[in-house]
Design a protein around this ligand. Sequence first.
Ligand code: CU
Length: 271
Amino acid sequence: MKTKLALLSLVLTAGLTAADQPAACCAADAKPKAACCTSDEKADKAACCAEKSDAPAACCAEKAKPAACCAQVEKPKPAACCAVEVPVAKKPDACCAEIENRESKIQNFSSESLYQLEVGFTDDRDRPFTLASLRGRPVVLTMFFASCGYACPLLLTDMQAIRAKLPAEIRDQAAFVLVSFDVARDTPAALAKYREERQLDAQWTLLHGDDDAVRELAALLGVKFKLEADGQFAHSNLISILNPGGEVVHQRTGLQGGLDEAAQAIVAVSR
Ligand SMILES: [Cu+2]
């Protein structure tokens, strides 16, 4: 994280122009604002920031006076204020949302990308897994639960059928992902058993998440699910196709048809 923030700070600092220089501390010389405000000789950083409240990146990146510096800024200034060592829980929402957006751009994730999700999952070998690790590949993703007696087996069959429709070179690079919303029963061990029973090879990723992670992903995908009295879930039937950047480019809704279209969507984002 520190490296990313340092990079961000550098990017922002590099973008400052002479017009951004705070008058009081920079007028005396031609140094750009960054040099001016971080100079030991011009140590009154709060005053420096006050001169130019919309360009505090340089002075607020100075860790010695983050509180005073950020207080000078009327609007939250993410790069500046978040660049300091503020505990995560205390970062202002607007501040963090913007810096995350900028970091995502650095990683080439768009605002539509599921790979911006910071929640973690666990795979069926009990290893931590983040969705962003799927970047660079076309992805076929479905939310399901392993003990489903009706729809989920059909969804799996359709994912396998979509896979079979792909040209070999695309089939080999695609990832097939099943994320369970049955957080209580579909433990990594239960998912490992499911993999074995269904004979799913290494191209398949089976994920367990905690309640928050699952709900967040479901909301982004438009998947609804509800635990019924009989232990089964009522749920949406959606097979989502993601491009290599993690954006949903196609969804097959329901339990019938649409396999050719789904395969075509995968091919389209693979070339
Ligand atoms: Cu189901």
